[in-house]
Write a protein that binds this ligand. Structure first.
Ligand SMILES: *Cc1c(COP(=O)(O)O)cnc(C)c1O
Length: 428
């Protein structure tokens, strides 16, 4: 679900024609819908209401301050994976007691910043990291709450680049080592081991891996409690799929229906549940606007060469990801009926939608059925709110895109387009 729709032959974000945004701020530009962000946060909250989770939005999916502020205002916490993201979360006004921090390589200065801020939970990924956190907390005369990130060894059957909970990944510790971990570190006075954390991958198109992972975590918790350790937090991570118009994404309610019954008895017994959704909140809430610079044919092939490529949106080339693409101001009769590889419009022809970079892998879509395109046409790349701008690069000295947040019939520039001066500002 999202609030991007064709009305009167033109694409609107909520009440704003996206053509107006492109005319005002140029392209490439990310456009986010505040109403869509709110809707998806609400869906997760409502679906899991029976276990009243702390919902910590994953900053790495889309970390623009205005987006974070909107979600903080709606009551979300933040899941951060670096000192930079912690800085963003705090700058957006997120209360520290709603911030959780994971990451395999936390540096001393990042740990110190988290301790100084007094965040809710540090999710610890190795024995050495725990010892380091405990050492820094002791030296600063403070204490912090930690959860052990376990590796439940379930395969989420997603792309190998985004599988994070099998034994071969660098994340967390194997579930068999968790008991030894608690025996060794469970009584530390400065780094208090209060919970378990897991994050199995993303996007996970099936509820079964969650059921398996949560079952294993709860069984481990029961063992640990029997040994006298208090395990008062279970952070079940993120990874819920966004609706990339494939028709195979479960809704928040589907994931909840599978996991909530497992969690409920533990919650009655005092367990606090944390969730870390990113993609499922931000992906549908954003599009990327790009303008066709040139159309060219080589043999049978048609290319639409745009002003955005893998620099602006890496997902197609990095993850083989599908993003529906369509003209924002289509010529008469070519409004899509569905956002799929077959958009339900007659008379389409295959087209590679590519960027301007000097890389063959620089594309947004290959062999996509599209209507006639002309130089100057504005294209919308849908479901681009998550892992879009946050993975954008300046490769080929491309200034980063602008970002716009729409709220009803108003829009605001929430990150100005980079200039050439910005590109070289830190050099020389
Ligand atoms: C990336 C990440 C998330 C968010 O994943 P989504 O697929 O965006 O929901 C949550 N938790 C951790 C630890 C992560 O690394």
């Amino acid at each position: 679900m999202d609030l991007f729709a064709y009305e009167g032959g033109t694409l609107r974000c909520e009440g704003v024609p996206v053509g107006d945004i492109a005319a005002d701020v140029g392209t490439p530009t990310y456009v986010y819908s505040r109403g869509t962000l709110a809707e998806h946060l609400t869906r997760v909250r409502d679906a899991f209401a029976a276990v009243d989770p702390l919902i910590c939005y994953s900053v790495k999916s889309c970390g623009n301050l205005a987006v974070l502020r909107a979600l903080v205002d709606l009551g979300a916490g933040m899941d951060v994976v670096s000192g930079g993201e912690l800085h963003r979360a705090l700058a957006a006004g997120c209360p520290p007691e709603r911030i959780v921090y994971a990451g395999v390589g936390k540096r001393d200065d990042e740990i110190a910043a988290a301790l100084d801020a007094g965040i809710h939970l540090l999710n610890v990924e190795s024995e050495q990291e725990f010892e380091n956190i405990a050492r820094i907390a002791r030296a600063r005369g403070t204490e912090c709450r930690c959860a052990l990130r376990i590796n439940p060894d379930v395969d989420p059957k997603t792309h190998r680049h985004t599988t994070t909970g099998t034994k071969e990944t660098k994340f967390g510790v194997d579930i068999e080592r968790a008991r030894a971990f608690f025996r060794t570190y469970g009584h530390d006075a400065h780094a208090r081991l209060v919970g378990l954390h897991l994050h199995i991958g993303s996007p996970v198109y099936d509820t079964a891996p969650y059921v398996e992972a949560v079952r294993r975590a709860l069984a481990l918790r029961a063992d640990l409690q029997r040994e006298g350790f208090e395990v008062s937090v279970l952070d079940a991570g993120g990874g819920f799929a966004a609706d990339y118009e494939t028709g195979r994404s479960p809704a928040a309610a589907d994931y909840a229906a599978a996991i909530v019954p497992l969690l409920e008895p533990a919650v009655r017994d005092g367990l606090r549940v944390v969730l870390e959704p990113g993609r499922s909140i931000a992906a549908n809430a954003g599009i990327l606007l790009t303008r066709v610079q040139y159309v060219k044919r080589s043999g049978d092939k048609r290319f639409a060469i745009c002003d955005a490529g893998m620099n602006a949106l890496l997902r197609p080339s990095h993850y083989d990801a599908f993003h529906f693409i369509w003209p924002a101001e289509p010529r008469a009769g070519s409004v899509p009926t569905r956002r799929a590889a077959d958009p339900g419009v007659a008379g389409l022809e295959p087209c590679d939608v590519v960027g301007p970079l000097c890389e063959t892998g620089d594309y947004l879509a290959l062999d996509r059925a599209l209507p006639v395109l002309e130089r100057g046409d504005l294209l919308a790349v849908f479901t681009a709110g998550a892992y879009g701008m946050s993975m954008a690069s300046r490769y080929n000295s491309s200034p980063l895109p602008a970002e716009v947040l729409v709220d009803g019939d108003r829009f605001s520039l929430v990150r100005r387009r980079e200039t050439y001066a910005d590109l070289v500002a830190h050099e020389g």
